[in-house]
Design a protein around this ligand. Structure first.
Ligand code: DOR
Ligand code: ZN
Length: 347
């Protein structure tokens, strides 16, 4: 039985750090275990231009704990007014590593996103030309489409036509939650990848709704039925380089989660690595954890695999995490898997 595991220092290829007091509170949680992260741009106001990304990067670096080995990989938020030249300049300067496409209204702070996909085609054409990846929140926003079907409908009605039109565009299907997402990711070649979150490997929709509503399990895309969770587990542990970790760790203070209209997001930065070790061990795939967390994402983004390492140890006693992380803006509840976890990251 393996009870100690050393892997290259992992990357989180989809992370929300926010700004201000929440940023200062949550950043150390990621920087403790991860060497790099793709930083989501859905702030208020969003990170739209190269200048915005420069300023946000500086705010992140200003609150990074001294001595931390962490590099934020910046992204821009795609709008119908985005200037292709500014995107290319930000990429050319090495500042940004992707552009994020939010269909307007799909999720937290997405109202400035894209309504008419034809209007962003010039930017996407430029991105295809320069090899800059597009990270896609893949859900339709049509109120007539059931929320549990929004990912599958997006693949058929938006993503596939877009990829037919621009086959050389490099695309990351962010936080896939369905077997349709897994299957579609497998139809692409080197230009198509998918991130999978920690929480979607652990919860299905029963966890949110059965026996009382659990706001801390509510995120977008919403967790689906069990067969989809099993498809995600199979994909994440398959050893296929197209599937890699993007936690979508998305902090909201408790006051905003625990209310009549609660925000979407699970905060997993603190315990993602032990949770993933647990899941991969359950799947008999501990030897594939390093690919998922530390090699495949770097490969897709053209980055070297970290030369540093992270070691996890399995103990007889369950790991203990605080229930909440205190930030200067209020407490953020740490994702609770609902079962004991025996893996811990060595300090
Ligand atoms: O659950 C989510 N929270 N999904 C998203 O797409 C956005 C994120 C957030 O920013 O809160
Ligand atoms: Zn996200």
């Amino acid at each position: 039985m393996t009870d100690i595991l050393t892997i290259p220092r992992p990357d989180d290829m989809h992370l929300h750090l926010r700004d201000g007091a929440v940023l200062a509170g949550v950043l150390p949680e990621t920087a403790r275990h991860f060497g790099r992260a793709i930083i989501m741009p859905n702030l208020v106001p969003p990170i739209v231009t190269m200048a915005d990304a420069q300023a946000y990067r500086a705010r992140i670096m200003a609150v990074l704990p001294k001595g931390a080995d962490f590099t934020p990989l910046m992204t821009l938020y795609l709008t119908e007014g985005t200037d292709a030249g500014d995107v290319a300049a930000a990429h050319g300067a090495g500042l940004i590593h992707a552009v994020k496409l939010y269909p307007a209204g799909a999720t937290t702070n997405s109202h400035g996103g894209v309504r008419d996909f034809t209007r962003v085609l010039p930017v996407l054409e430029k991105m295809a030309e320069i090899g800059l990846p597009l990270c896609i929140h893949g859900e339709v926003t049509d109120p007539d489409v059931d929320i549990f079907d929004r990912e599958a409908v997006f693949i058929d009605t938006v993503l596939d036509p877009l990829r037919q039109r621009l086959p050389s565009l490099r695309v990351v299907m962010e936080h896939i939650t369905t077997s349709q997402g897994v299957n579609y990711a497998r139809t692409g070649g080197d230009n198509l990848a998918a991130t999978i979150t920690t929480h979607h490997l652990i919860i299905n929709r029963n966890h949110i709704l059965a026996g009382g509503i659990k706001p801390h399990y509510y995120c977008l895309p919403v967790a689906k039925r069990e067969s989809h969770r099993l498809a995600l587990r199979e994909a994440a542990t398959s050893g296929e380089a197209r599937f890699f970790l993007g936690t979508d760790s998305a902090p909201h203070i408790d006051a905003l989660k625990e209310q009549a209209c609660g925000c979407a997001g699970c905060f997993t930065a603190t315990n993602t690595m032990p949770l993933l070790a647990h899941v991969f061990e359950e799947m008999g795939a501990l030897d594939r954890l390093a690919g998922f967390t530390s090699r495949f994402g770097a490969g897709f983004y053209g980055l070297p695999v970290s030369g540093k390492t992270l070691t996890l140890t399995k103990s007889a006693a369950p790991a203990i995490w605080p229930e909440k992380l205190d930030t200067g803006a209020g407490p953020v509840t740490i994702f609770h898997p609902g079962f004991p976890v025996f893996w811990q990251v060595n300090s």
